[in-house]
Design a protein around this ligand. Sequence first.
Ligand code: 5AD
Ligand code: SF4
Length: 371
Amino acid sequence: MDRLYPDFSVTEESFDREHLAALLGGSSDTDLFSVANKALGENMGMGVYLRGLVELSNVCRKNCLYCGLRRSNPSVRRYTMPFDEVTAVIRYGYSRGLRSFVIQSGELPDREHIDLVERILTWTNAELGDVRMVLSMGELPRQVLDRLKKAGAHRYLLRIESSSHDFYSRFHPSNDLHSYRDRLNTLAILRETGWQTGTGVLIGLPGQTVQQLADDLLFMKKMDIDMCGMGPYLSHRDTPLWKERETVLPAERRVDLSLRMIALLRVMIPSSNIAATTALQTLDPQGLEKGLSAGANVVMPNLTPEAYRKDYNLYQGKVIVDDSLDSLLERLSVQCNAIGRKVMMGNPGDPQHFVRRMNTPDPECEVIGND
Ligand code: 5AD
Ligand code: SF4
């Protein structure tokens, strides 16, 4: 191990761009993953924490060039789950031991949508109490974020997608709705206003380099984030990026890069929560086990009723398992046990990173980015 990591150990703070890029670009080696696992065990333990995913709505005002749910895709049947159906799946998940739920939707900051999310949060707090509610619904103004936090949300996931301003601009229309600066600001606001803050990037976008991915890691380290969800890019035929599909790295390379990103981030922010994402599981049938073995400790079983789930297609090929939640949880538990890991039911799984952050005074967090 020392051989491969002469200039950083788990405790060392110095991470160097070229070194990270070399590790990302290297051929497959297992040492990186054992270093990451050691960091995980020492800081978070080897438990696997679950979040029940509810894909609340696929309506989105944005037009990201890679995403199947982009506003200009007319072939999506748009839906928003009614309140009663959302609370029914959350109640069911809770009865099976889930203690954290992700409410995910496209970006839609209109009054009706925010009211619905607020109502769900208020209900969850009143009815269930000891759960951690996670929101993943794009950029929202500060007052709206405050309101949702007050209603009972704890965590927010907002991927920066790419920390390079230039590269971000390649995959988003150049207008105010898709401003890199606004995204960065929202992330900083979340972090400064007491949210458990998560971000992440797309891995394997056309033209992306290992240096850019190394910068993404350094960005997350500098941002001092609590949680991360990052996974491989997958093409979708109803997006402008489909025409560049021939230039996308082969699936195995995107999987390998994603695993290396997970492992390196685990070493860089050892007490964070890192997800083995659905995209990774879509690209590789062993994606769940591989992601966890690379240093991830979070999995998000999908609770969205099938009728809606088939219309929540960010990318092509999303696996639709129509198992009952019981058999899904059983299968997850078997898969985790097989790699020596244990699913932590009945546990909301707060990132230690956040717990520590809340107990230490914050040096002022500047808004940083990679311009
Ligand atoms: N491939 C992989 N991930 C995607 N996302 C959107 N489109 C794709 C795609 N084609 C991810 C983005 C977004 C999250 C909700 O889904 O990173 O932040
Ligand atoms: Fe909307 Fe998110 Fe898709 Fe962008 S990535 S189009 S914000 S759902």
